[in-house]
Structure formats: structure tokens, C-alpha cells
Design a protein around this ligand. Structure first.
Ligand SMILES: [Ca+2]
Length: 84
């Protein structure tokens, strides 16, 4: 969990938050995930404000593949994971 604080001096300065997916070895293909955001404040006007759902598109860098290597009247087939 990441906490981003705003104070009375710099409250109007936007803060950038980068979200990064784990680089795993699982072939998932492109997909979309939701990022949960909650707001808490000592000021009752802001505490618990609802935020529009944030969605991030993830481009998986793993693809499923089959490699066929030709030998003398034989083929060797193996499943593998290719990291793009
Ligand atoms: Ca993956």
C-alpha cells in the first residue's frame, strides 16, 4: 500500500503515482486491473470521499509458444515461455 500525503501548503500540487505490474513468468495476456484508492483526512469534508474507479491496462511480456525442432525423421516439441 502506498500513502500519498497532501499538506496545507502544497495541497494544490498534483502528485504522480506510478503503478507497475509484477514481472512474473505467468502467461496472462493483456488484461485490465482496478487500482483501489481510499481517502482519509482529518477534515470531515474530505474524509472518506469516493474516487472514480481507476483501471490500468497491463501488457503482459510473456507469451505461450511451442518450438518444433526438426531432426532426422524426428521432431522435438517443447512448450516454452518467451519473454518479449
Ligand atoms: Ca506475466
Amino acid at each position: 500500500m502506498l500513502t500519498v500525503n497532501f499538506d496545507p501548503v502544497a495541497w494544490a500540487v498534483p502528485k504522480e503515482v506510478k503503478v507497475k505490474a509484477a514481472d512474473d513468468n505467468i502467461v496472462e495476456g493483456p488484461h485490465v486491473v482496478s487500482v483501489a484508492v481510499g481517502i482519509s483526512s482529518t477534515d470531515a469534508r474530505y474524509d472518506g470521499l469516493q474516487v472514480t474507479e481507476l483501471r490500468c491496462a497491463i501488457a503482459d511480456n510473456d507469451i505461450a509458444a511451442v518450438i518444433i525442432a526438426a531432426g532426422r525423421c524426428r521432431f522435438k516439441v517443447s512448450a516454452c515461455r518467451l519473454n518479449r
